[in-house]
Design a protein around this ligand. Sequence first.
Ligand SMILES: NC(=O)c1ccc[n+]([C@@H]2O[C@H](COP(=O)([O-])OP(=O)(O)OC[C@H]3O[C@@H](n4cnc5c(N)ncnc54)[C@H](O)[C@@H]3O)[C@@H](O)[C@H]2O)c1
Length: 261
Amino acid sequence: MSAATGPALVTGAAGGIGAAVCRRLADAGAPVALLDRDADATEAAADALRARGATAVAVPGDVTDAGAVEKAVAAAEDALGPLDTLVNVAGVLHVAAVTEIDDADWRHCLDVNATGVMHACRAVGARFAGRGRGSVVTVASNAAGVPRTGMAAYAASKAAAVAVTRCLGLELAGQGVRANVVCPGSTDTGMLSAMGAMGDLPADHAALVRGSAETFKLGIPLGRVAAPEDVAEVVAFLASDAARHVTLQTVYVDGGASLGP
Ligand SMILES: NC(=O)c1ccc[n+]([C@@H]2O[C@H](COP(=O)([O-])OP(=O)(O)OC[C@H]3O[C@@H](n4cnc5c(N)ncnc54)[C@H](O)[C@@H]3O)[C@@H](O)[C@H]2O)c1
């Protein structure tokens, strides 16, 4: 297991990948602040972490609201001390062909997946810069780098999240701050099940692994859908001192589905 980190703030902490990231960081000894839009779900996720012996605090908020993010970051530092790690996991998905995109859905995708990442990077990055240390990991998607039918809003928002994270990493490298990106492919969470239920993806994992010629979607060469822990493991490595010379990198955790762009 990678070395323990100091206090970490995880957005989207009540979701599938976010909760796995919180567990993984907590198991390495990091105190964790959990940010998610649903206050009850955030408290429940923090309770679950404390039940396994971790130090955890819920700082609920909506990442689209800059003031709420600033408040959550301040509350996290009041409770846990100066943050060492920010993990951007909060995300939403809207599926539609470009010719049919709903304006509100487009804005929601960009607001959460791109502007939300900027809000957290801005609030936490400003603190990191003054301290000469810190690590940011943004969970984007392999859709950020590979065209997919029905995914334009999501892919555009994730490509923007990648760009924000890498620009931050370049701006703050001289101050000892690192910023990296993890791009998952199909991962077994509520978001994937919702896509299956809406008919936007095959509901069964075997079909996801096979891929779909009609939608030009390759299968998954490693032959399985990811568990949230597969993504969390790479996030934890990039956040830790074990990756102290790694910055501005994008790691695809998709079983080879995008052929390693
Ligand atoms: N599951 C997959 O197949 C997959 C693949 C690639 C990328 N991702 C990305 O991984 C991340 C985690 O997704 P997941 O699969 O765990 O989905 P999930 O739906 O289980 O979790 C997403 C979390 O983000 C939170 N969230 C949404 N909007 C928010 C907002 N405005 N403010 C604060 N929190 C908000 C939700 O409440 C939820 O807890 C997302 O960014 C997603 O785009 C997932």
